[in-house]
Design a protein around this ligand. Sequence first.
Ligand code: TV7
Ligand code: CA
Ligand code: ZN
Length: 406
Amino acid sequence: ETNGITKPRHKVSMHYNSRVEDMHFGKTHPMKPWRLTLTKHLVLGYGLQYAMDTYEAVPAGKDQVRAFHDPDYVDFLAQVSPQTFSDLCEMSRFQSHIPPKHEHDTVDLGPFNLSTSPGADCPVFDGMSAYLFLYTGATLAATHQLTTGQSDIAINWSGGLHHAHRAEASGFCYINDIVLAILDMLRIYTRVLYIDIDVHHGDGVEEAFQRQPRVMTLSYHRYGPYDDTGHKFFPGTGDITDVGLKGTVGEHFALNVPIPSGIDDRQYKYLFESVTGRAIEAFKPSAIVLQCGADSLGGDRLGQFNLNIRQHGECVAFAKRTGLPLLILGGGGYTARNVARAWCHETALATNNTLPDTIPLDIIPRPEAFQTRVHGDGKLYPTFQRTHPNECKDSELEGMVKKLEQ
Ligand code: TV7
Ligand code: CA
Ligand code: ZN
């Protein structure tokens, strides 16, 4: 026992490389890799490293990434930087310019939906290539740990980038580490259940396995009609009627739970536990992959849900109670201090530890200003102020559960 933190009977491993923290998508871009620095500081500050094995990740190999992605796309990602981008675009085998899909889109897109414009979702930035192969390497190391029986639960908070397609970056995601992990797991496990609690639809993972009856994908996400900017909530897919590719063996192996804005803890618990519970009963998975996007928390800069940290964590606890091999990944999360709180809490849950609400600020290395701005009142479990009105009616959620049970 150290710091009151104890080792669980089951084996937990965490896979990470601090070099991902130095990356900058751009000044105003919402994706901030330094949320991972905060997460690390909280995890180490509470002493959770004593409850699990920690591994420094190495970059994934190009061959490993080709298990899902297009070989030209992999070559491009391996070489791209702000300096090489235009030269790479000139090369004939890469399409050099894609006209904007919407007339009001101002960013100029290059091949594979990449761009050097500052407003792009998937910008080309310094050190990007190293970053992509590192978060992917961490996910594949975590997967290896599970498939070889060395861990019962393996965690990579820098992974979970669910929007990337075979030959296209999308929504801050370039390499789909989740698809690569599941492909690897299919060598060992008969059936893999993918659960996605990020506020966005896990479209890239769903699409990759739309013909694969050995993978069930289940995403909970904000979904609704067009907003005043002419956009649907990103990526605009994941309707309740979307259950996998019709007329293939993959039909009925995708589930989508589209949710209006402002959902609270009680309503989310009801939805998550009824639908996930039924999915597990029917599908009988041999392993679970859980994408823990923290943008479903209240007060997120991009999200529109109103979950508190404890309910977000209840989803992890629920998956853990199945006793199945569990891969836990990060994902979205744009209010950095809350991302760190949630993922630290979930690391504690994975290792059967309970944490005091008062953050051990004396152990966390950072200047005074950083402390007040980033950790707020110094509590791990604040109650979030509602930022989006609750548009979820209990009767409609019940109707949704009934529909999904069929
Ligand atoms: C997993 N929302 C990823 C979630 C990806 C969401 C989007 C932004 C955004 C991008 C910026 C930026 C932003 C304040 C927010 C239709 C568009 C509208 C680009 C401005 N500020 C995950 C992706 C989503 C980029 N994209 O699931 C640079 O918000 O809605 C869209 C697409 C076209 C492109 N424009 C946005 O959580 C990790 N982007 C500021 C600077
Ligand atoms: Ca989701
Ligand atoms: Zn998201």
